[in-house]
Write a protein that binds this ligand. Structure first.
Ligand SMILES: [Zn+2]
Length: 394
């Protein structure tokens, strides 16, 4: 039997982009990936979780694929879901056509992160061809369809499934677009935590001409928000930027200009470093709110709901970050910065099981109109991933 034809990096990336897998939909993106991995000899497991049509328990499809049973076990993690394209008419090219133009691969997911997945698959294919039957370790891919959404039915549940089967990797690289400008800029070795607060303040409705008979919830809310927003949470730590708090919306929705509102709501997002836990921040918030409430007089009450997207985490620079750094440098001639900047990623879940670092493409166009990735970067990324596999299994 003839060996199957080699994986073509660009074709694989384009086929995935042509499946409009806006979270929580898969739209066939994982089928494309699974077919390529099966051809390479991977054992593939589709792991759908959740039952809803939309919302937090929306049904999401995931893929875990592994080749080999030996050690070391190297895992590549990523996601095939993408954020919505917005108004398609504002794109220079169709966001789901996967076109190549001016040396760039265009489309939603090109940078974040179908391109990186294709680069890794092509790298693994080239690596396995070169190794032949002498390969004794194992390579796996943990690909979720729920990274850009609530991340409830994605990586967390796949990891639990893997643990139950005793499939714990020895190390993991997440292919998120980590480079701010050029391939080789940055490896991520940690991320800040993220939490959202949903604050509802209750007062007493009344006539604006008779405020002594009412209790203005808007006045309370403004005081409370000022109490948490006026001072910085910290001034950063040795590996992290300062923590930040941003009020994202204030909602009163009072259509009458002569009515004192009984209820006022606000939402805020906190990105926090390793000086805090979400629990400590929640206590800090309550103390601030209680004091602000006291200052404005008795009466009134509030509800605070906290949703934690992830605690901050940090992987001490060690063998894995050194190995990945070396491979990036060998390919790009640049020493990447080891950073903890940016949003959250699924590395926050994986780090519980094994050392994890993140390295992928250039993030400049991610989540934007005209998302794209230079074909030369895709190829460079595949060569870096290939170097990583060569080193891990040397
Ligand atoms: Zn991403």
């Amino acid at each position: 039997m003839d060996a199957p034809t080699p994986i073509d990096l660009l074709s694989l990336a384009r086929e995935m982009i042509r499946r409009p897998s806006v979270t929580p939909r898969d739209a066939g993106a994982l089928d494309v990936l699974e077919a390529a991995l099966k051809r390479m000899g991977f054992a593939c497991h589709r792991l759908p979780f959740g039952s809803g049509e939309s919302g937090r328990d929306a049904r999401v499809d995931n893929l875990y694929a592994r080749l080999g049973n030996g050690k070391p076990h190297f895992c590549f993690a990523g996601h095939t879901d993408v954020v919505p394209p917005g108004d398609k008419a504002t794109w220079s090219l169709d966001p789901f056509a996967g076109e190549v133009k001016d040396g760039q691969l265009w489309g939603r997911g090109a940078a974040d992160m179908k391109g990186a997945i294709a680069a890794f698959v092509a790298a693994a294919d080239a690596f396995l061809r070169a190794k032949g039957k002498g390969f004794a370790g194992s390579i796996s891919l943990l690909i979720t369809g729920d990274e850009e959404g609530d991340a409830v039915n994605g990586t967390v549940k796949v990891l639990r499934w893997m643990e139950e089967r005793g499939e714990v990797p020895d190390m993991c690289v997440v292919g998120e677009p980590t480079n701010p400008e050029r391939l080789g800029d940055m490896i991520k070795i940690g991320r800040r935590g993220s939490m959202n607060g949903y604050l509802t303040v209750h007062g007493v409705q009344g006539h604006t001409a008779y405020p002594h008979l009412a209790d203005n919830a808007a006045h309370r809310l403004v005081r409370m928000l000022d109490a948490i927003a006026r001072e910085a949470l910290d001034d950063g730590s040795s590996h992290f930027q300062p923590s930040t708090l941003q009020i994202t919306t204030i909602d009163i929705g009072n259509p009458a200009n002569n009515v004192i509102p009984a209820t006022a709501k606000a939402t805020f997002n906190i990105r926090f470093n390793d000086k805090h836990t979400s629990k400590a921040i929640t206590e800090w918030l309550r103390a601030k709110f209680d004091r602000a409430m006291g200052e404005i007089g008795s009466g009134g009450r509030y509800d605070l709901e906290i949703r934690v997207s992830g605690e901050s985490f940090f992987t001490q620079p060690g063998p894995l970050s050194a190995l990945v750094s070396d491979c990036v440098k060998a390919e790009t001639n640049r020493a990447p910065e080891l950073s903890t900047t940016g949003g959250t990623s699924d590395a926050r879940f994986i780090r519980r099981l094994c050392p994890v670092v993140e390295f992928g493409g250039v993030g400049q166009t991610m989540h934007k109109i005209d998302e794209r990735m230079a074909v030369s970067d895709l190829e460079g990324l595949a060569r870096i991933y290939r170097r990583i596999l060569d080193r891990v299994f040397a």
